[in-house]
Write a protein that binds this ligand. Structure first.
Ligand code: BMA
Length: 341
């Protein structure tokens, strides 16, 4: 087993965890036996919670949750937990405001990510900016949530912020798209010195390396810094005669220039197999949005939306997953290039 180490990752002794069961075939990723951890109708007025992001906070955990309201409109709700498995949700939507403290609510908001950079927590989502585009806000106390400029023009979905600046700049994955369900999509990154002005756009990874990710791919959880590079859990989409199938993939990106992919796993790491992944509002979806990790043990907990209806939890270990990705890596030209043309 490799001696890969986390970098800039804290101890998290209360990370949710189950040991790897016997008989796992394929990738070393195993589901929590009590999945799904969030069931339907979790809050008054919210029919389903899925595609959500969590992180350690104070003596427990906090998260931003995609709540599909009973009128069908998605929004972001705050949740708190002692064990990162059982969650209490606020009944009200997150009250976003502008820089002057006036209410400034997105029209809708979905697929939130939650990332801490230095002393500030950032929430990144997909919302309406005269078409689907990326929204962002910041908080330091989870009481006051201030919107910051929308980083990109429409259409763009699925943005993920890196947990630290690289060469002095914030770095954001995104996936330019169309106004519909987007039958294409690669992952790009952009840099910003101030979270207002974005540039130095680079291509990271193309769809279509393998059939399970042949239609489109998108950044998933915030990348995890390791001695091998940025460990990325992302989603890949396959097109079938009966619709899209969303699986979880894994890649490792260069630490100083993450537009360069060092390793990319040819096999999916997790694909819909359980009832809560195969059956729901949108069947056959595993959509990763966050991880927790413990520096002392190498444990990683992956949070993923299941069938646009539930939240699932899966586990892996740093050394096992890095070994698996490296030993099953197949790279294309667009992976290894700097991503500028
Ligand atoms: C994507 C996003 C995700 C969703 C997925 C499957 O385009 O809308 O929120 O989980 O489709 O429906």
């Amino acid at each position: 087993m490799s001696n890969v180490k986390f970098v800039n990752v804290s101890s998290l002794p209360n990370i949710p965890w189950q040991e790897k069961p016997e008989g796992i075939k394929g990738a070393p990723v195993w589901r929590y036996t009590e999945n799904p951890i969030i069931d339907r109708n979790p809050v008054e007025g919210v029919a389903r919670i899925f595609n959500s992001a969590v992180m350690p906070y104070e003596d427990g955990f906090i998260g931003v949750f995609r709540g599909e309201q009973t009128n069908g409109i998605p929004y972001i709700y705050l949740g708190r937990s002692k064990d990162a498995i059982h969650w209490d949700f606020d009944k009200e939507k997150i009250p976003f405001e502008d820089e002057d403290g006036k209410p400034f609510m997105p029209v809708y908001a979905y697929d939130p990510r939650l990332v801490k950079v230095e002393d500030t927590y950032y929430i990144i989502w997909c919302g309406d900016f005269y078409g689907a585009a990326i929204g962002m806000a910041k908080t330091t106390d989870f009481k006051k949530f201030v919107r910051i400029e929308n980083p990109f023009l429409p259409f763009n979905r699925n943005a993920v912020l890196f947990p630290r600046k690289i060469n002095g700049n914030f770095v954001l994955f995104s996936r330019p798209s169309d106004s519909g369900h987007t039958p294409f999509g690669d992952v790009f990154i952009s840099e910003s010195p101030d979270l207002v002005y974005w540039g130095k756009h680079r291509h990271v990874m193309s769809r279509g390396n393998e059939w399970w990710e042949s239609v489109k791919i998108g950044g998933g959880a915030a990348p995890i810094e390791t001695s091998e590079g940025w460990l990325l859990f992302y989603h890949g989409v396959s097109g079938t005669c009966n619709g899209f199938v969303y699986s979880i993939g894994g890649a490792i990106l260069d630490i100083d220039n993450p537009s360069i992919v060092k390793y990319r796993c040819t096999n999916f790491l997790l694909t819909p197999e359980q009832w809560y992944e195969e059956r729901g509002f949108v069947p056959n979806v595993c959509f990763p949005c966050a991880t927790l990790q413990d520096n002392d043990t190498g444990r990683i907990a992956i949070y993923y939306g299941a069938a646009d209806s539930y939240v699932g939890l899966a586990f892996t270990k740093l050394d096992e997953i890095v070994d698996y990705i490296k030993s099953n890596s197949v790279l294309s030209d667009t992976d290894t290039e700097i991503g500028r043309r």
